[in-house]
Design a protein around this ligand. Structure first.
Ligand SMILES: Nc1ncnc2c1ncn2[C@@H]1O[C@H](COP(=O)(O)OP(=O)(O)O)[C@@H](O)[C@H]1O
Ligand SMILES: [Mg+2]
Length: 258
């Protein structure tokens, strides 16, 4: 029997934002080398779960625990979580005036303040692959970037950082088809999809509203979030087919049973 070692374990989690409970009874187990997808209608709490796992102070855990690599990180700061190996691609990341894309890529790839301005050849290859160039690297992060440039920059930063567990919040939203395929290709690299399942080290949680990205990135398990609760977890192809046929309306029935 193959024993999947858990990388992320969420037990009975409840999360409050501005005094209002948004998530409750959340159980989620993601094994080492596994990719989970989180589906759900707008406003069901997907980004809230993302922020809670990342440890943003505004997203208050009122019950339950988050275990990462066997360690209880429920009370860790965001910085501590990132240092432990969690990486993210935000749905709408903020612009950072005065910080060049080049600088953040250097910091992420070197793991600290770099000594010089040069990116190593491996990083420069990725820059080109993601359709950026030397001139673009001088721009302030996300300032005036197009939707597609923001998403490509998020993925590029993750490629520099190489985290063990990555959450992607709707990487396919607002991106044209050509760019979704390019992003998916790199998401597959980030999640070790080029390796055999048993050899994969990296894990991920892919949040998507429409499931479009799943045409290009394979997930091991799908979880559907409805009104702040996990309505079901299971085979991604089966669950997607149901949602495509009936919409999320069909999930309401499952919520009542759980
Ligand atoms: N900062 C916030 N302040 C108040 N309510 C919030 C905040 N963030 C999210 N919510 C509420 O939490 C619910 C879930 O939102 P969200 O997690 O963004 O859903 P999703 O990502 O699935 O679209 C919504 O009802 C939203 O209005
Ligand atoms: Mg969201």
């Amino acid at each position: 029997m193959v024993v999947v070692k858990l990388l992320l374990e969420i037990n009975d989690l409840a999360v409050e934002v501005n005094g209002k409970e948004i998530l409750s009874d959340i159980d989620l187990n993601i094994g080492k080398g596994e990719t989970h997808v989180l589906l759900g209608p707008n406003g069901s709490g997907k980004s809230t779960l993302f922020m809670a796992i990342l440890g943003f102070p505004k997203y208050k855990v009122t019950r339950g625990e988050i275990i990462f690599k066997g360690e209880d990180i429920t009370n860790y700061t965001t910085t501590e979580r990132v240092k432990a190996g969690i990486g993210v691609s935000f749905q709408n990341p903020p612009a950072i005036r005065g910080v060049k894309l080049r600088s953040i890529l250097q910091m992420e790839s070197m793991g600290g303040i770099p000594e010089n301005e040069e990116l190593n050849p491996e990083m420069m290859e990725l820059v080109t692959k993601l359709k950026f160039d030397e001139r673009f690297l001088e721009r302030d992060i996300n300032l005036g970037f197009s939707g597609g440039e923001i998403k490509r920059s998020e993925i590029l930063q993750l490629l520099a950082q190489k985290p063990d567990f990555i959450m992607f919040d709707e990487p396919d939203s607002g991106v044209d088809i050509e760019n979704v395929e390019l992003l998916a290709e790199e998401i597959n690299v980030l999640l070790d999809k080029d390796k055999k399942p048993g050899m994969r080290e990296k894990s991920g949680l892919l949040i998507t509203h429409l499931g479009y990205i799943l045409n290009f990135v394979n997930a091991d398990t799908a979880n559907v979030l409805m009104e702040g609760k996990i309505a079901c977890s299971g085979n991604p192809a089966e669950i997607l087919e149901d949602i495509r046929k009936e919409g999320f309306k069909g999930c309401v029935e499952c919520c009542r049973v759980h």
